[in-house]
Write a protein that binds this ligand. Structure first.
Ligand code: CU
Length: 130
């Protein structure tokens, strides 16, 4: 078993930094646990990946809360495509076969929005914001 001697060096360094003569509070200042709290304030991101021909279709529904950040990934492994999210009006430009398109946005409008292939006319997924 190793001794954790490096940990004991930290309080000494902190005391050396604070040159004010409040020697009694120095040991309490070493306890820094409010970093845990900041994790809860991270914005929520919902990710969803559609592989055309594998898990695409109008039955692929993603429901998210209004105001959340959404990151959608699309890839058509077999053919060039053109993928468009209606309502939010994202995409719609040419997507070469095998390349990934990423739509990232804040879902600030409620409703049901189709993601459509402009090549085949197929609905690849439906985004529901409520
Ligand atoms: Cu469209």
């Amino acid at each position: 078993m190793k001794r954790l001697t490096p940990l004991f060096a930290i309080p000494i360094l902190l005391v050396a930094c604070g040159s004010n003569d409040a020697g009694e509070t120095a040991s309490e200042d070493v306890v820094v646990d409010d970093s845990i709290e900041s994790v809860g304030e991270m914005p929520e991101v919902t990710e969803f990946k559609v592989v055309v021909g594998e898990n695409s279709g109008p039955d692929q529904t993603l429901t998210v809360a209004q105001g959340s950040t959404v990151r959608l990934f699309f890839v058509n492994p077999n053919e060039d495509d053109e993928i468009h999210l209606h309502g939010y009006d994202l995409g719609g430009s040419e997507l070469p076969a095998g390349e990934e398109a990423i739509f990232e946005f804040v879902a600030d409008e409620t409703g049901s929005f189709d993601v459509e292939s402009h090549v085949t006319g197929e609905v690849l997924m439906v985004l529901v914001v409520e």
